[in-house]
Design a protein. Structure first.
Length: 445
């Protein structure tokens, strides 16, 4: 490895030794941008890489709330304002018990590159809490969100930092967060949060955008490699926002989705997943995917991880980080998978990605393939600024064009460096070059 790159990577490991996800995300980017770094000796003197891997600001705060039993509970809140190089910090909020500083930093770091790929003026950030919304009443969710925003509002603003949803944060949570922000600021600042409800400033097609965008990217990637999505089978992990709308678009594009999952189990339905039922269980009832079997008795209910044992042409991990390990990758390849589409952030371990690429499996890297969500958030921000709304078709068309352009950027970059269809490297190189250029232009900051 290039000496400068190696030095920076070793420093990151030494300074953040317990932050495994963060180190993993940094290592993936640094190793793939090596051919660019080799060409730019000036980066070292400018400490360009050192500045890129250090968040501009990392905020942690106390979030107390009173639960329905009258008990006061304290959680930890985070906002990582990673980079404002090309626009206000932008990225989701995750409420999940696993949230910690490492997960926040990996997500914030990924977000910088993803947002650069969209071609829109958005920097990178991420936030959240170790609060678990599962099983909580609406009142508890509201009180928690209000407490979270009471602190977060000091740090955000439509031109400063614009949060949105992620795991455990959907339209309900964004509504409570927005209500509290507006109440404290006494100003209707629509563009301060995205993923808002349609009745108060949200954008049509934002809910669908990440899943739809993933499938537009997959279509482009397969077509560029002499394949097509039509008639292919797919397994989709997760059954949340990204998974549901990936499933919907996959079906529209002529695919058959045969399995979906949640953190407790997986439904395998050879006849094709009944998406309306999944929406009813997950979006309306906030239930468990196991309930699917009550309606479709012939479907099989398996362990979550078993989803990667099912034979399918395409695997779409849309749940969480590191959900596909080397062992899972080996099973998928043995079963004849042809492509992987990362809907979740960093769903494949480093070893799994390397195994796929070594076996000529097409990999759509998360930073590129799930960028449709944040891109449509930026379209929501611009609608809020214009005080004017676009139609569903208009937003969807913009999203589709953005995804086509992102795929082209990945392809051009990978080909330019002789890396064939390694779009993992292509995505990192395309985003890195843009960020490095902006960094040089803005001086030492
Ligand atoms: P949701 O909360 O809507 O859904 C998450 C789904 O993944 C649920 O089915 C959940 O199961 C499952 N899941 C979550 N954590 C785990 C875990 N540790 N182990 C197993 N299953 C798990 O989140 P989203 O759909 O919004 O997000 C999914 C992924 O997509 C995340 O990686 C997120 O960062 C990424 N993403 C989201 C975007 C968006 O616009 N929402 C944009 C780009 C990326 P259960 O209900 O049982 O917990
Ligand atoms: O990971 C992501 O890109 C998101 N959770 C969406 C972020 C956003 O600002 O819409």
């Amino acid at each position: 490895m290039n000496r400068y790159l190696e030095k920076v990577l070793n420093d990151v490991k030494a300074k953040n030794e317990h932050e495994t996800e963060y180190i993993q995300a940094v290592e993936e980017v640094l190793t793939t941008v090596e051919p660019v770094v080799e060409k730019h000796n000036e980066y070292e003197q400018l400490a360009l890489l050192e500045r890129m891997v250090e968040p501009e600001r990392l905020i942690t705060f106390r979030v107390p709330y009173v639960n329905d039993s009258g008990q006061t509970v304290v959680h930890r809140g985070y906002r990582v304002q990673f980079s404002s190089l090309i626009g206000p910090y932008k990225g989701g909020l995750r409420f999940h018990p696993s949230v910690n500083q490492s997960i926040m930093k990996f997500l914030g770091f990924e977000q910088i590159f993803k947002n650069a790929l969209t071609g829109l003026p958005i920097g990178g950030g991420k936030g959240g809490s170790d609060f678990d919304p599962k099983g909580k009443s609406d009142g508890e969710i509201m009180r928690f969100c209000q407490s979270f925003m009471t602190e977060l509002q000091r740090h955000i603003g439509q031109d400063i930092d614009v949060p949105a949803g992620d795991i455990g944060v959907g339209e309900r949570e964004i509504g409570y967060l927005f209500g509290q922000y507006k109440r404290i600021k006494n100003a209707y600042e629509g563009g301060v949060l995205t993923g808002k409800g349609l009745s108060y400033g949200g954008s049509l097609a934002r809910k669908e955008a990440t899943g739809y965008g993933l499938m537009y990217f997959m279509r482009e990637m397969l077509n560029a490699n002499g394949q097509s999505l039509e008639g292919k089978t797919a397994v989709i992990s997760g059954s949340g926002n990204v998974a549901i709308y990936a499933c919907q678009k996959a079906k529209e594009l002529g695919m058959k989705v045969i399995a979906m999952s949640d953190s407790q189990g997986c439904i395998y339905d050879e006849n094709g997943i009944d998406l309306e039922l999944i929406k009813q269980i997950k979006e309306v009832e906030r239930g468990r995917i196991s309930e699917y079997k009550k309606v479709h008795e012939n479907a099989q209910y398996l362990a979550s991880k078993d989803i990667w044992n099912i034979k399918a042409d395409i695997a779409l991990p849309c749940a969480t980080q590191n959900e596909i390990t080397l062992e899972d990758a080996q099973k998928l390849v043995a079963n004849g998978v042809i492509a992987i589409g990362e809907g979740a952030n960093m769903p494949c371990t480093k070893e799994a990605t390397e195994y796929f690429l070594a076996n000529n499996i097409l990999v759509a890297p998360a930073k590129a393939s799930n960028a449709g969500g944040v891109a449509t958030s930026a379209i929501e921000m611009s609608q809020n600024s214009m005080r004017y709304y676009l139609t569903f078709e208009e937003v969807d068309k913009k999203l589709e064009n953005i995804m086509i352009n992102i795929f082209q950027s990945c392809k051009t970059a990978s080909e330019e460096y002789g890396l064939g269809n390694n779009y993992v490297a292509g995505a990192n190189i395309a985003a890195f070059r843009k960020l490095a250029k902006a960094m040089k232009a803005q001086g030492i900051v």
